[in-house]
Design a protein around this ligand. Sequence first.
Ligand SMILES: [Zn+2]
Length: 230
Amino acid sequence: MGNKLLEYQDLDKKLKKLKKESLGNEKVVENLNKTIKDCQTKILELEDTSKKLLESLNKLMEVERKGIAYVEKCSKLDIEKMSPEELKDFDAKTSQTAKQLAELDSRIASHNAEVKRVVLDYKTYRKKILDAKEKREQLKTESAEKTEKTTPELDEIKAKMAKLEKEIDAQKLAKYKTLKQDGIFPVLVPLVDKRCGGCRVELSSSALDSLKNSGTHECEQCRRIIYIEK
Ligand SMILES: [Zn+2]
């Protein structure tokens, strides 16, 4: 087996490592974007909730105003001039109004508590968004700096690989690429104590013979290309 393919794989490993490093940041940025989006959705929900709360609070207060106006009107009536029947009716109406007003009071109080909770949640989500955005900016700057630093290195590796591709046997290179595409990496592994350097399965004597004769042997278990280390 040509050493050039091994050399090619070493460059491939470096490339993979460099790409993985930048990918780590991308993943974090992706998560931050999700946090921001989730919080924005929550805020929209809260805005909708607060709108509804305000509407029903206005209605409750309107009812309360009417109740109070009724009580004021009643306080001006001269009960001395009322007949016993009218007085009874008046009593019933005023006590009912008082009861309703008390109920309204407690509903308004709970509405106010709800409004306070909404405002607090709103602030919490706003803070989360701001924090996530700040962190995202920081990571973007870091990534840009890193990319700037690693770009020449990446380009150099890619150029070396392109040069090697022309020198490597086309069939072997195609096989390498196929295995890599199938998620098998490293593709080339050394023989270690008569075992595959990838999956550690022990090679049969015929497999060892074939390896010695041709220089490489495809592992029956993990499909990696086994070579003898010099
Ligand atoms: Zn194997």
